[in-house]
Design a protein around this ligand. Structure first.
Ligand SMILES: Cc1ncc(COP(=O)(O)O)c(C=O)c1O
Length: 500
């Protein structure tokens, strides 16, 4: 199916597509995705869905579910903790999937182990609760991080390690490298030091430099790379970079299965993970009378209880599915569409000639992925209520996300929210939520809290991007969607209070 045959495409859309193709000729090399979308993801267009929340979760192809169903229905699989034939068949499949994961990320043989978890958060929690944080040691993380990485600071602090955040630069929301270097230089090399950063921001789409891994190693740090938002559209090659820990959720890569993630651990870092407990499945030996246990080595020591053994084989199916499309093809397509979307959003003007959209983070495709965070304004400079925007988008079949995306640090930097602002939010009561905080900020400083996020991925096409821009154009000059009495000048990026 050619793009001009996408249902409901208009002459205006076709003209925009023709212009887009002239500007982004590489898109032509990704046409196989259109064919796959028509055959394996036909539900998207049949239901008129414009899916723009790939950073929330990717979408599965029908063939993945079919292959998985066939596999389950044609054999007998049972709990892998026995040694009978049905159990052994399960173990074979789980171990096959594990090897496939390691191969997919090009992990050199023996250099990494793959621990299956419930999601990226499960992987991050393993690091938090098992990393040997100690007094004199450090936990440094970037302000741009998912809450599941922020939360590790509680484990670090409880064990006496010092916690510091490496700030971001404004407005690009990239890591402030001199300040990060200064923090990394402070490490006492005789103590365990952990540095955590996301390979790609789930807020701004910024790709943080993977060279930081070796830079941190050279200064005496272990590195936790949160790759959850990066691997759906980028190749992670563990022969090129060697983080000690990598967190991943598979549904973010290929939609199905949910409930399975992975922690990749560099074998040389295993001794620095000390599990705080043991459970069924993690011990080679345990006694009640002797009050002792012997933890299983390598990945088995981390897989508590019974694995999600019927879903794990679908991980191999999903990885093969991604390989058959080609991660480079996906990256190229997402790059073209992101470039176009950024240009269109930046060009949107209100009736008074002011800009309508404020984009947080980089406005070109250099070192950024397909996640765009933005807010919209009316001609008076008032913020459009992003929750209403999400509701209106839903009415048009557009799935996007609003809020802070579990990444408060990037949002706080983007909005210029200070420590005092945040303390005022915390002081507003134990029942504080993002909505209430947004009200507190509107009255206190006129700053907004939260944003609209659109994210592209695996099955995105030009029609998705076009329809989102058309939707935003429909919100032009819609003062009735605005909130607060504080205005923002998108052109000069200045907050103003009405009447002042
Ligand atoms: C960068 C990043 N890290 C971690 C996570 C947590 O993933 P999960 O909710 O699957 O555990 C997310 C989820 O959005 C993410 O975007």
């Amino acid at each position: 199916m050619s793009l001009s045959e996408v249902p409901a495409s208009s002459a205006a859309e076709d003209a925009a597509l023709a212009e887009f193709l002239l500007k982004y000729p590489d898109y032509e090399r990704t046409r196989r995705i259109d064919a796959l979308r028509a055959s394996d993801y036909s539900r998207l267009d049949a239901l008129g869905q414009v899916y723009l929340d790939y950073t929330g979760g990717s979408l599965h192809g029908e063939s993945q579910v079919r292959q998985h169903g066939d596999l389950l229905n044609q054999q007998v699989f049972s709990n892998p903790h026995s040694s009978n034939a049905t159990s052994a068949a399960t173990t074979d499949l789980v171990e096959r999937a594990r090897q496939y994961v390691l191969r997919y990320f090009n992990a050199p043989a023996g250099d990494y182990v793959a621990v299956f978890t419930v999601n990226a958060t499960g992987a991050l929690k393993h690091v938090g609760e098992s990393y040997s944080f100690a007094e004199g040691g450090r936990y440094v993380l970037t302000v741009d991080n998912h809450n599941s990485v922020n939360g590790i600071r509680e484990f670090a602090q409880a064990r006496g390690a010092r916690v510091d955040y490496a700030p971001l630069t404004v407005p690009d929301l990239r890591i402030d490298l001199p300040r990060l270097d200064a923090l990394l230089d402070e490490a006492d090399r005789s103590k365990p030091n952990l540095f955590a950063f996301p390979a790609q921001s789930n807020f701004s789409g910024v790709k943080h430099p993977l060279e930081l891994i070796e830079r941190a190693h050279a200064k005496g740090w272990d590195v936790l790379l949160d790759a959850a938002a990066f691997v759906p559209t980028n190749r992670l090659d563990l022969t090129a970079v060697h983080p000690e820990f990598v967190s991943i959720s598979f549904y973010k890569m290929f939609g199905y299965p949910t409930g399975v993630g992975c922690l990749l651990i560099r074998s040389s870092a295993l001794p620095r993970l000390v599990r705080p407990w043991f459970a069924g499945g993690t011990v080679d030996f345990a006694t009640v009378g002797g009050r002792g246990h012997v933890l299983s080595p390598r990945e088995a020591g981390f897989e508590d209880g019974t694995l999600n053994y019927l879903s794990i084989p679908a991980v191999e199916i999903g990885l093969r599915h991604l390989e058959s499309i080609g991660i480079d093809t996906i990256q190229t397509r997402v790059g073209c569409l992101t470039g176009w979307l950024l240009e269109q959003l930046l060009a949107l003007q209100l009736s008074n000639g002011h800009h309508m959209a404020r984009i947080y983070g980089p406005v070109t495709t250099t070192m950024r992925g397909g996640t765009i965070a933005l807010n919209l304004y009316d001609p008076g400079g008032h913020l459009l209520d992003y929750r209403r925007v999400e509701e209106l988008a839903s009415l048009q079949g557009i799935s996007l996300r609003t809020g802070c995306f579990c990444n408060p640090g990037a949002g706080e930097t983007a909005e210029g929210l200070t420590e005092e602002d945040m303390r005022a939010g915390l002081a507003a009561g134990a029942d504080i939520t993002l909505s209430r905080f947004r009200e507190v900020m509107q009255h206190r400083s006129g700053k907004s809290a939260g944003a609209i996020r659109v994210s592209l991925g695996l099955m995105s096409n030009f029609a998705d991007a076009y329809r989102f821009v058309a939707f935003v154009e429909g919100l032009r000059d819609q003062a009735r969607l605005a909130i607060g009495d504080v205005t923002f000048d998108v052109d000069s990026c200045r907050v103003m209070r009405e009447g002042s």
